[in-house]
Unconditional design. Structure first.
Ligand SMILES: C[S@@+](CC[C@H](N)C(=O)[O-])C[C@H]1O[C@@H](n2cnc3c(N)ncnc32)[C@H](O)[C@@H]1O
Length: 200
């Protein structure tokens, strides 16, 4: 059943022009494993919920397959959220654009025009899609992507190493509930698709 639904998800994404299998293969055949060794905090203690199977992965987010498929999965979510969009690119532009506009409006309202965004923390950055959007929208800021999965972070960092950016993104393997980062050190803290609320 799990295998069958996986196949449906992959085929649906590929029909929307997301080269799911190709993207996955590219990650799995890259030097991401070396980056993993540099980025991983071996002393991290994972919360229990993080060690449970999640999505279609027995090891949840702590696996290479989950990390290699994460970007394709992220792209396809936007298309499902905005079915009227004519392409994946358009759907992502709408979803991410709305989120970025909300950040800018909030910052303007509460911090004022003269307060610049210099430091950004993206908690639950996964493979870095949201962090890259933030870094591109605020190029003069220093962005940090933080996640509990060293596999996801390795994919994010490996991709970032191939880009040349004025302020390269820094990747931190930590728990967003207790980051260990200095207090009051960020102008914007973002959690995109991380927190869910359950209404009963
Ligand atoms: C759906 S993904 C977020 C995607 C990403 N922010 C984006 O917009 O593309 C949720 C992420 O939250 C991370 N996460 C879950 N609990 C966390 C915690 N306590 N601390 C840090 N990251 C956590 C997961 O590893 C996963 O990468």
């Amino acid at each position: 059943m799990k295998l069958a639904s996986r196949e449906v998800i992959i085929r649906t994404a590929e029909k929307s022009n997301i080269p799911w299998r190709e993207m996955t293969k590219k990650v799995l055949e890259s030097d991401v494993y070396e980056v993993f060794e540099r980025i991983r905090d071996p002393n991290i203690v994972y919360p229990d919920y993080y060690l449970s199977p999640f999505h279609a992965y027995d090891e949840g987010n702590l696996s290479w397959l989950a990390a290699a498929e994460a970007e394709a999965a992220t792209l396809s979510i936007a298309k499902r959220a905005i079915p009227e969009a004519t392409s994946i690119e358009e759907a992502n532009k709408i979803v991410r654009g709305n989120w970025m506009n909300a950040i800018e409006e909030h910052h303007l309202k509460y911090s004022g025009e003269n307060c610049q965004i210099n430091d950004i923390l993206d908690i639950g950055c996964s493979v870095g899609v949201s962090t890259r959007y933030l870094a591109e929208r605020f190029p003069s800021a220093k962005a940090v992507g933080l996640d509990l999965s060293p596999y996801f972070l390795a994919v994010a960092a490996q991709k970032e190493e191939q880009l040349s950016r004025q302020n390269p993104i820094r990747w931190v393997h930590a728990n967003g509930e207790a980051t260990g980062l200095p207090p009051n050190s960020f102008d914007v803290v973002s959690l995109a698709y991380v927190v869910i609320s359950i209404i009963s």
